[in-house]
Design a protein around this ligand. Structure first.
Ligand code: PMT
Length: 223
């Protein structure tokens, strides 16, 4: 089969963590390395797609030939995604986006004081939810990072976010989730089908996800 699965398609992938500023020297973030998202961008490119990679701060090299848009905060990622999603046929939201950010960002480094302190947090915008509201005939693929009842939460997320596919990973299991070169995922689709995959490299997981995406795209073309 020499024809590539995603020839002529545009795929928007988000990857990595976001950083939410507290002051000029401090931020709130998470352990996402970008590996899962970059593997998806690489596989989509390999399958012939035009790839836009919206990435939070990571220490790995982007795949050759993809358009890289670097962002820091959840707000930056929201804006970059909204500016680009209309040209995309597929949107894959691998990024670990902060759900909260500091309500006040200090201009100067906050000085330490005696005793405890607190940081007031406010909600960030939910990019996946917003895409679910705005999408026309794009395929929307979300991730779910959970530590328990992974598939149940994924099914709920699929409906609530109006996504076509949710990739659930239990980030507490060894070899799955943040930072590792491997992942263990379950693919939950809108038609109710559930595919549990064993421990695989993130590149192999990416191959499986892109295969499923291509199948769904073919289904859309028939309609
Ligand atoms: O980067 P790696 O080290 O390779 O790790 C990969 C990963 C564990 C980060 C990845 O596989 C993964 O699970 N990514 C999603 C992490 C996450 O934030 O999950 P969530 O359950 O909190 O969010 C669900 C979905 O909503 C995700 O698609 C997320 O991108 C999206 N979201 C979340 C919050 C927000 N404000 N906007 C969003 O779009």
């Amino acid at each position: 089969n020499s024809k590539k699965q995603l020839d002529g398609k545009t795929v928007l992938v988000t990857a990595g963590p976001t950083r939410e500023k507290i002051d000029p020297v401090r931020f709130i973030s998470n352990h996402s390395s970008g590996k899962m998202g970059y593997a998806l961008a690489a596989e989509a490119k390999r399958q012939g797609a035009n790839v836009i990679l919206v990435s939070g701060p990571v220490g790995i090299t982007p795949p050759d030939g993809v358009e890289l848009i670097k962002v820091e905060s959840a707000e930056d990622m929201f804006n970059a995604v909204m500016e680009n999603f209309e040209s995309a046929d597929v949107i894959i939201k691998t990024a670990a986006v902060a759900d909260y950010r500091p309500k006040y960002v200090y201009d100067q480094k906050v000085k330490k004081q005696d005793g405890d302190t607190t940081i007031e947090l406010e909600r960030t915008k939910d990019i996946l939810f917003e895409l679910g509201q705005r999408k026309k005939n794009q395929l929307l693929v979300g991730f779910a990072a959970e530590t328990n009842n992974v598939v149940d939460y994924a099914k709920k997320k699929l409906i609530k976010k109006n996504a076509d596919m949710i990739i659930a990973n239990n980030v507490k299991v060894e070899g799955a989730g943040f930072g590792t070169d491997t992942n263990i995922v379950t693919i939950v689709k809108k038609d109710g089908s559930i595919t549990e995959l064993p421990l695989m490299s993130k590149s192999e997981v990416a191959e499986k996800i892109i295969e499923e995406v291509s199948l769904l795209l073919k289904g859309l073309e028939k309609k």
